[in-house]
Design a protein around this ligand. Structure first.
Ligand code: PA5
Length: 421
């Protein structure tokens, strides 16, 4: 395991961690037993060999040759993992404009994650003016937001290319047998992939749900799976890998209700969105769970920094720190003596250590997670690390991490309202 977990600032002692050793071990046994439902993701990195990936990689290449833009339609677990990976590893972002698309590969845009007509209008215009393909991802095939986006964008695609040619530009990832999207994919002849039945949305990023669009974006998905496999088979799970889960549980027991994921590289912004879904949907049940939130540093230090330092201490902080950023920069002399000549990596490090020292002195528990660098291999490790630790803490809390009855409930209520329109 290359990710470094430092819980020495968490306020939970070695003995405090040890108390949960049996519970952690039991949770790991349960996950690896193969008997628990929806735990297909546990052995997935070990079971997905190069042969299984061949069809997916060939399809990705086909899409790369077919279009300059791929619109990925999906929401929740059918969206956030891909978006996290694209933002971290390809580096462009239509919101913040960080970097430029890698020119060899299609630009990836996302739809079906809001009900914004403004945004869909822009994508319709893209279809009119560029070579575009659609990748529609929905395990159930019935989720409202992606259904709307798919209907709107498919119509634009058919208008431009005609029904038959449009079908060759539509790729579907959905349940192997059930749902309207599966039926449509079969009837219209879309190239399609399946979401394994025993893997739920937020644990599905290393299935075709995430791997297909990532491969189109030029991300090395083999390396990502290798990273996840290295994590899955790492003996360090017996040591500090699982400390994170035990410490989170200990902090929750001590009355903390919020975990704030903090990052210093904007590349990790959507990774923390993925984390929020993973932890929020897995743990937030039966009145239990840690509410996950995220802050982007150093920007948010100039807003939320005050609350963190002196506000209501209902939270603890989990700092995601990239040891070797993909680019560095030396500050020019014009910035003044304190900063001139120093590298941004050094200044970020000083900020991270300074913030940690100030918050720790104020009694705030901190967990530090060191990421050697942002690449596909470590990204795979991170995915697997958080999926497993989230499942462990949920089990310790006595919660089933793999259902989401609350999400289903709002969907049902919304459908009733739609029928009244
Ligand atoms: O984690 C989950 O199960 C959910 O967030 C789903 O991924 C989300 O609701 C989208 O569902 P679907 O893929 O069926 O469209």
């Amino acid at each position: 395991m290359d990710i470094k977990i430092d819980v020495s600032w968490s306020g939970i002692s070695k003995e405090g961690i040890e108390v949960h050793a049996k519970g952690v071990e039991g949770a790991l046994d349960k996950l690896w037993s193969g008997k628990e439902s929806m735990t297909g993701w546990v052995k997935l990195p070990l079971e997905t060999g190069p042969d299984q990936l061949e069809e997916l990689l060939n399809t990705a290449m086909l899409i790369q040759n077919q279009c300059e833009e791929l619109i990925v339609i999906g929401i929740g677990g059918s969206y956030l993992g891909t978006r996290a990976a694209v933002n971290a590893l390809v580096g462009y972002d239509e919101v913040y404009g960080t970097g430029v698309p890698a020119s060899r590969y299609p630009v990836i845009k996302f739809a079906g994650n809001t009900m914004s007509a403004v945004y869909l209008h822009k994508l319709q215009e893209d279809i009119r003016t560029k070579e575009v393909c659609l990748c529609v991802i929905s395990k159930s095939g019935t989720t409202v937001e992606p259904s709307i986006a798919f209907a709107v964008l498919k119509e634009a695609l058919i208008e431009k290319y005609g029904r038959e040619k449009a079908a060759k530009r539509i790729y579907a990832v959905t349940d192997a047998e059930h749902g309207v999207l599966r039926q449509e994919a079969e009837a219209e002849g879309y190239v399609s992939f399946s979401v394994p039945e025993n893997i739920g949305g937020r644990y599905s990023v290393l299935t075709p749900v995430g791997l297909l669009p990532m491969a189109v974006a030029g991300i090395d998905v083999k390396s990502m799976l290798a990273g996840a496999e290295a994590m899955a088979t790492s003996p360090v799970w017996d040591l500090d890998g699982t400390d994170y889960a035990a410490v989170r549980y200990g902090l929750w027991q001590s009355g903390k209700v919020l975990e704030i994921f903090e990052y210093y590289e904007p590349q990790l912004e959507f990774f923390t969105e993925w984390l929020k879904q993973l932890f929020g949907e897995s743990e937030g049940k039966e009145g239990k769970g840690l509410y996950p939130d995220s802050l982007r540093f150093s920007s948010d230090l100039h807003s939320m920094g005050q609350f963190l330092q002196e506000g209501n201490q209902i939270f603890f902080e989990t700092v995601l720190y990239v040891e070797k950023p993909s680019r560095d920069l030396q500050v020019p002399a014009a910035a003044g003596d304190l900063l001139a000549g120093k590298k941004l990596s050094q200044i970020n490090q000083a900020a991270m250590e300074g913030v940690a020292a100030a918050h720790y002195a104020a009694g705030i528990p901190l967990i530090k997670i060191g990421i050697p660098e942002i690449n596909a291999f470590y990204f795979g490790q991170l995915i697997y690390f958080f999926e497993t630790t989230c499942a462990i803490t949920s089990y310790l809390m006595g919660i089933n991490p793999f259902d989401q009855p609350g999400v289903e409930r709002y969907k049902e209520e919304m459908k009733k309202k739609l029928l009244e329109l």
